[in-house]
Design a protein around this ligand. Structure first.
Ligand SMILES: [Zn+2]
Length: 435
């Protein structure tokens, strides 16, 4: 674990910036997630964008952030917000985000704190820091300009999940667009990101070199699998991420197969309530309300037992690393009519990855064989290669910075741009200076 001792572990340089903008990745440069990036120019205006942690065992953290007054939080996924309480506790930083990001962050932090205690990996921040972070938010609407130092900033819709923002930054010298986690395709709950003309574009590259399957066809394939499982007398267990994927799955099922009995359990239920309280961030919010009334919410132990007779259970954790999904799987694994339908990326070392590769996974601490149908569906809310390529072209930047991706992905998308715009592939702990 990285030990945070102020001023001693930061990779951030101490020399001033001459011109242009300095972009320094504390994390998330040459990796997916774990994001933290400092931007600074010669006016001395300095902001941090995101401060996450990678929920691996043990967790990984970005390098220590230098003193900073303002941080922009793009969205509420833990690999972008996980270390924000440390920031507020140590530097008194103000957090800027959308109302929905601020609302969802509290439960994400509390859940991370709880999981870290259970798993025995103490976090570098405590409950006092968390409480301070809750009072540190300054929220902004999409499209509303606000000022930090000599800069003007505004949020744009990023797609990805409701409330997720791209950031347009106007410095005295240039215009920068920070893409964050983004998608130009619309998904069931949020519309796609639109290009913004800029001089410098910093964009994720998670899916560089890879194309997504057609979204409509993939959704239809999921619905067909569910119907097949139900028709043979089985139950489809759909593990899904709390913030985004759960709600997408429910909307897909409600539209295509409203006759199904679908039960909804886990942290996603609480996230959905926040979404409904912030309808301006949701695509067709009335549709989400309908889905909420349609799905049966699991509120306690007896509801959980009843759910075992349902057609479908949608629940966390999306990678089968705990949560109600494991409780259900333990009950459902004895009947081969049942199926597990995985709907997201399954990280190395996760229960879901182990299930896919070895047909076994840890259930309450015991490695347990599971002899059920396991299918996987690609319903990503990140832009694929073609979407990234078109988005970069449409923004017409001079420079494009590809971050948030592994080496292969970043090289693949960067290979599309030889001269204009000039591509950069930043490494963690190093600075780019772009004009
Ligand atoms: Zn994300």
């Amino acid at each position: 674990m990285v030990l945070y001792s102020p001023g001693r572990t930061s990779s951030y340089p101490t020399d001033p910036v001459d011109s242009g903008i300095r972009i320094h990745f504390l994390g998330g440069g040459d990796e997916v997630g774990n994001v933290g990036c400092v931007l600074e120019d010669k006016t001395g205006t300095r902001i941090l964008i995101d401060y996450g942690l990678a929920p691996t065992r043990p967790p990984r953290y970005p390098s220590e952030c230098p003193p900073i007054d303002h941080a922009i939080i793009t969205h509420s996924h833990i690999d972008h917000i996980g270390m924000a309480p440390w920031l507020v506790g140590h530097h008194g930083t103000r957090l800027h985000g959308t109302t929905l990001t601020a609302a969802v962050s509290e439960m994400m932090w509390r859940d991370t704190y709880k999981v870290s205690s259970i798993e025995g990996y103490p976090l570098p921040w405590d409950m006092r820091d968390l409480d301070a972070a809750l009072g540190a938010w300054e929220t902004h609407d999409m499209g509303e300009w606000f000022e930090i130092g000599a800069w003007r900033l505004r949020f744009h819709l990023a797609g990805h999940i409701p409330g997720a923002a791209m950031i347009e930054i106007e410095t005295p010298e240039l215009r920068l667009l920070w893409g964050g986690d983004m998608d130009t395709r619309q998904n069931p709950n949020v519309a796609g990101a639109k290009p913004v003309k800029c001089d410098i574009l910093c964009i994720e590259s998670t899916y560089g070199g890879r194309e997504h399957p057609n979204r409509v066809e993939e959704e239809a394939r999921l619905v067909a699998r569910v119907k097949e499982v139900v028709s043979r007398g089985g139950l489809a267990l759909i593990p899904a991420f709390a913030s985004g994927r759960c709600q997408d799955i429910l909307r897909i099922l409600h539209t295509a197969a409203p006759h199904l009995e679908v039960h909804f359990d886990g942290m996603g239920t609480r996230v959905t309530k926040h979404w409904m309280n912030n309808p301006e961030h949701i695509r067709h919010p009335e549709g989400l309300e309908k889905v909420w009334r349609w799905a049966r919410k699991v509120r306690g132990k007896s509801d959980r037992k009843k759910a075992l007779d349902a057609d479908v259970i949608v629940t966390t954790s999306g990678m089968l690393d705990g949560g109600p999904a494991i409780w259900y799987l333990n009950r459902l694994r004895h009947d081969s009519a049942n199926a597990i339908l995985l709907t997201g990326y399954q990280a190395e070392g996760s229960g879901g990855r182990s299930l896919l590769e070895n047909r076994r996974l840890p259930i309450f601490g015991n490695i347990t064989p599971v002899d059920l149908e396991v299918s996987q569906f690609q319903l990503s809310n990140h832009a694929g290669h073609s979407e990234l390529h078109s988005f970069v072209r449409a923004c017409e930047p001079r420079h494009v910075v590809f971050f948030h991706g592994d080496t292969e992905a970043r090289e693949a998308i960067s290979a599309e741009f030889k001269q204009s715009p000039t591509p950069s592939l930043p490494l963690n702990g190093t600075s780019l200076n772009l004009k």
